[in-house]
Write a protein that binds this ligand. Structure first.
Ligand code: F6R
Length: 241
């Protein structure tokens, strides 16, 4: 694991964007795995600036998002499809037809999961997967559990995830209780992984995922066995390691 320590969120976002931009420049047909949540927002803002100011070219890039809330249509303001358009896709020259996000309202959700995994394979797999991390250790929505699933699947969100994500909704009751998420296998098959974490509430979990033990109770701990992982953390986290 390559760990990069930065001063603050601004620098974290710069690092995140520069690692993604490097991938986009060296491989204009790259397949990027993308995340939502608060952590990558600054990274997406920087990528938008790089596109507008330096012509960073997304025209042949393909993207697969990690997850989507079950039951939210793509035009729902809290859906991850909407998030991606608002924060990245609408502001760069990516072709929307090359951006994939699980369909949270598919009539046959099992079929949708299978289709999503097949699509990732068809496009040659993910070159660079961007990840945030839940304070409980989830990546994508692979929650702490007795077992971790390999492929894309429907998952019951953990209570603490529902509570954490309620900040984006009017009330905790409105937060969907399930999501469609890429599995641990799809994430681990990515050629490179970039995990971004900041703020002291992520310190405990970051120390667990780099401590040399691997447990399904800390899903992100499996990243220790991936050959090309970069973790960018801020000073607040590093001070507590
Ligand atoms: C989002 C995702 C989640 C988030 C995690 C951290 O697509 O897959 O694993 O990365 O919940 O969220 P933030 O960044 O809001 O702390």
């Amino acid at each position: 694991m390559n760990i990069i320590v930065v001063k603050n969120y601004e620098e974290l976002s710069e690092q995140g964007a520069s690692i993604i931009a490097r991938e986009v420049k060296t491989n204009p047909n790259a397949v990027l795995g993308l995340a939502t949540g608060s952590t990558p927002l600054g990274t997406y803002r920087k990528l938008v600036c790089m596109h507008k100011e330096e012509g960073l070219d997304f025209s042949s890039i393909t993207t697969f998002n990690l997850d989507e809330y079950y039951g939210l249509a793509p035009n729902h303001e809290q859906s991850y499809a909407y998030f991606m358009r608002r924060n990245l896709f609408n502001h760069v020259n990516i072709q929307l037809k090359n951006t994939y996000i699980p369909n949270g309202i598919a009539a046959d959700i099992l079929e949708e999961c299978k289709r999503y995994d097949e699509l990732i394979e068809e496009k040659g797999g993910i070159d660079l997967q961007l990840l945030g991390i839940g304070a409980n250790g989830h990546i994508g929505f692979n929650e702490p559990s007795e077992e971790l699933l390999i492929g894309t699947h429907l998952v019951d969100l953990a209570e603490n995830t529902i509570k954490a994500n309620s900040r984006f909704f009017h009330s905790v009751e409105e937060v969907p209780k399930q999501a469609v998420t890429m599995g641990i296998g799809s994430i681990m098959k990515a050629k490179k992984i970039l995990l971004l974490a900041c703020g002291e509430n992520k310190a405990k979990i970051i120390s667990k995922i780099i401590d040399g033990k691997c447990s399904t109770k800390v899903p992100a701990s499996i990243l220790q066995i991936h050959p090309q992982v970069t973790i960018v953390i801020d000073k607040e986290i590093n001070d507590q390691l």
